[in-house]
Design a protein around this ligand. Sequence first.
Ligand SMILES: Nc1ncnc2c1ncn2[C@@H]1O[C@H](COP(=O)(O)OP(=O)(O)OP(=O)(O)O)[C@@H](O)[C@H]1O
Ligand SMILES: [Mg+2]
Length: 311
Amino acid sequence: MTQGIEGLFARTEEFPNPSAQARSNALVGLDALINRLVNDAVVLANPTALMVWSQEVHGEAIAALDAVKDRTALFVFAGDVGVGKTEVAEVLGQVIAVRTGIDVTLYPLSLTARGRGAVGEMTTLLTCAFERISADFAKTRRADGIAASLGILLIDEGDALAQSRELAAMHHEDRAGVNALLRGIDGIRTDRLPILTIVCTNRLDALDPALRRRAAVVEVFERPDHHQRAALLSRLLAGTKLTADDITTLAAMTGAADGRPHGYTYSDLRQRLVPEIVLEAYRRRTAIDAAIAAEVLARTQPTRPFDAAVR
Ligand SMILES: Nc1ncnc2c1ncn2[C@@H]1O[C@H](COP(=O)(O)OP(=O)(O)OP(=O)(O)O)[C@@H](O)[C@H]1O
Ligand SMILES: [Mg+2]
């Protein structure tokens, strides 16, 4: 491999940091989900938290704690395009760092950006990634089991890699990639390193069963519902001439409709609809109001669901 370790990770990010906090603040409607994920991640980093709880409520460290300890620190985020998988994966470290006071480092690994190079490249890439992150965290767990820091290995757009080994059409190299990933996360578990691996995918059904079986958490992200759309729109369009009723109407209009079973995604609203409303009002040098919003909406269709797009 000529690429070597340099440039292995797109950019590592240390938490807490202000820009991650801003991104975390901008998320709408995901508080319950993020709380759950943070809790699970924290237990991984600090198994003694469970012991303390068990002592408190059961008077002893119950046997079932071992079953939790043996779980693999793997989260799978699945779901349609533009529903927050990457965003949540990237800000999770921030929330963990703020709540627990431990330092968290994110290691984002991009497989697709590199394309499919020489045979063995994906396997080498994954093996190097696990080696590097394991070395960084080899000494971070203290004698009392508490990790002083937590690493998050993010394998975004893991579709290429996470494809089922059962698929007949699967290229030999892909299978080797899946195996390298399984070896990597198994090694982390065996060595009890405080490292959480997150795999994002659009296609849960195509995910390798061996990988899925290991996941402590499989979270399927959905398009926003009416309340989530309303909350996001009211935040994004604050200060305009849109009233609360206008926002409710807009939230309803961006939901599923006749002849269109899917509503707008978070990214449809945030990266397409709202910027287009702003630009349209700017072109006319008028204020943003319900009429402009409705007009722009009519010509801004929601992204088709991922499944529909591939068929
Ligand atoms: N809950 C949310 N609240 C506010 N904005 C959100 C939310 N979820 C996602 N977004 C915004 O939508 C955009 C797309 O989100 P993200 O990149 O996480 O999608 P994704 O699920 O990873 O999609 P893909 O499968 O295409 O990679 C981002 O700009 C993100 O900030
Ligand atoms: Mg993504």
